[in-house]
Design a binder for this molecule. Sequence first.
Ligand code: AMP
Ligand code: ZN
Length: 493
Amino acid sequence: MTHGHQLRLYNSLGRRVQDFVPSAEPAGMYSCGPTVYAFPHLGNMRAYVFADTVRRALRWKAIRVRHVVNITDVGHAVADTDTGEDKLEVAAARERRSVREIAEFYTRAFFDDIRALNILPADEYPRASAYVPQMIDFAATLEQKGYTYRLPSGLYFDTAQDPRYGELAQLDPEGQREAARLEQVPGRRRKTDFALWRAEQPGQRRVMRWDSPWGWGAPGWHLECSVMSIALLGPHFDIHTGGVDHRELHHVNEIAQSEAYLGDGLPWVRFWLHNEFLQLGAAKMAKSAGGAPRLADLTEAGYHPMAFRLFLLGGHYRSQLDFTTEAMDAAQATLRRLVARVQPLRPLPEADTLGAATAAAATAAAATGAARALDLMDAAIAADLSTPKILAVLQDALRDPAIAPDGLRVLAAAADALLGLSLGSLDPADLEHRRSVTELAPEELHAIEHLVAERTQARKERDWTRADQIRAELDQRGVQLTDTPEGPVWRLR
Ligand code: AMP
Ligand code: ZN
């Protein structure tokens, strides 16, 4: 049996598409996870749906993987600075909760969203706060090796000692990312030097604080990813993912400190994969800007999480994507059509890997058409994860009279394995566009509430004719009414 098309991925390190062959199995994969100080927004979710696409492509190619996603609950300072306040401590003060409560609350929100988006769970979700002693050891090793210098504000990594510094970001040798680092740090030798340890300043007392050889304080933001990935995946591993913003600063620094720490002359991680941004209007959707829409806003507005997933996968991960209501409407309509077409084909066979899909196609009647479409899907995922192409192949196949139902079954299952849209199980009723109460004009909302109250009164007075009349009127306005022991509840159809 053929193994299909060689998986090729775009490596930010060198900026080119390369054959991906794991150096060992399971292949190690690390994805920079959420900073849990606010609700994850839709842009963040693009990063995790992207990592999930990588996971699904590896599974399809029968490559076993061990996936780690970190939870940043300490160390990430406001505006990605070295000396600013910790994002979690700012959030705790704002919400009058403890940092632990903030972290737990927003970590749960993150898990809710990735579950709703049908994202395969990682093997480990390490929390930065649980690895601070290891981070101190790591920084102490760097200090022993002479890669650091001390300042009153903490311990700094000396980037001048790394001749390859900034290779990932393709910085020029004197590379100064002014935009990213407006901050002035007294005594810092180069603008690119970054904090490994952020020492408390006289009069300052952090909420999250640890004792260290450099005084009381907290770790630098970049440290956690190097320390936790090496602890859980070994010194070298195959894949590191994140949003494209990380390619410029965070990942550059992760590489510098890890290669200095390991000191074996080998590249630390072989493949660096980055997703482009999801844009909201012209502005990038940053959590810190506040007000960025999140998944709950979409479901509240009547969209299914899988429609958002389809919207994301309808663009290639390396292209910027604009979030618009029109695009979401189109995605939900496409999903509805796909589910309507796939529903009569259920149950779908097992086809999580190319091998399983090929075997199922071989036993399917009239497999020829299916085999060709299956090969196109395999070629699409292998060519740097072309999810838009997989969708197009599926849509064409579902319209192709030459492919028998058994063949379509295999193709729908294969697309599901790669795209994770749950075509095999979604209930079409869940995809009807339901208007949200928030879309109602204030007068309309008022009128509906008034009618509901009037009907309750009519029922109390046993005026059934009037109560039925009102129900009919509410029905005309698209209101779905249910009587419960606590009284009537309603929502829009
Ligand atoms: P954060 O929680 O801010 O540390 O970010 C979590 C992940 O989301 C990182 O991989 C970011 O690069 C990524 N990310 C942040 N904003 C966006 C966006 N608008 N579009 C795509 N990815 C994003
Ligand atoms: Zn990271």
